[in-house]
Design a protein around this ligand. Sequence first.
Ligand SMILES: N[C@@H](CCC(=O)N[C@@H](CS)C(=O)NCC(=O)O)C(=O)O
Length: 212
Amino acid sequence: MADFKLYCFAESGNAYKAALMLELCRLDWEQVFVDFFNGETRAEPYRKTVNEMGEAPVLVHDGKTLTQSGVILDYLSSLTRKFGPKSEDEGREIWRWVLFDNHKLTANLATLRYLIQFAKTGETPVTEFLRGRCVNALKIVDGHLMQNHFMLGKRATVADLSMCGYLFYGEELTVPLDPYTNVLNWLDRIRALPGWKHPYDLMQRAYPPKKA
Ligand SMILES: N[C@@H](CCC(=O)N[C@@H](CS)C(=O)NCC(=O)O)C(=O)O
């Protein structure tokens, strides 16, 4: 049995954040497939026995169950001493970007992609609104990266691993990334980290859902 178990599925950029960290740290991990598109995370057994919040990712290690990708990244960086802060100030700077990511970047990118790619809503006032929010967040990240190779400067940290979570899904996002050249260059730098893999090469896909 692997040391780390990650409840995940390949379409989840949130799960990817954790899977990428496990991979970059060369940890011994295995996937527990979450059948998201058949409603597994919303069903009672998952909420009762895996995650009361009804979400993936969930990391199980050493008798502990951790949820929320930011917390999982923080846990793994403390454990491995990789991609973590070198000082308290850096620690706060990492959390500042992880929170921005969860609230402004991932939240909007993930919801927009879900509606268009998986729920097949087509363009609606809601998708237009979400795309505007994505663009605002991307402009902020692009501006920050004008002066910095990674979010905290010269070194990749879990802030980068959190923030890149959805950006490798490319055209599925339906938000063209071409205007954000600093973001594109930063994604290239993340892609160049030893051990980097695309989400679809790291985890099993849940879409299209097999009939339950
Ligand atoms: N803030 C959470 C977000 C997790 C999240 O929203 N996960 C999605 C998959 S990407 C999920 O499991 N959603 C379940 C649902 O909406 O029923 C994190 O960073 O882990």
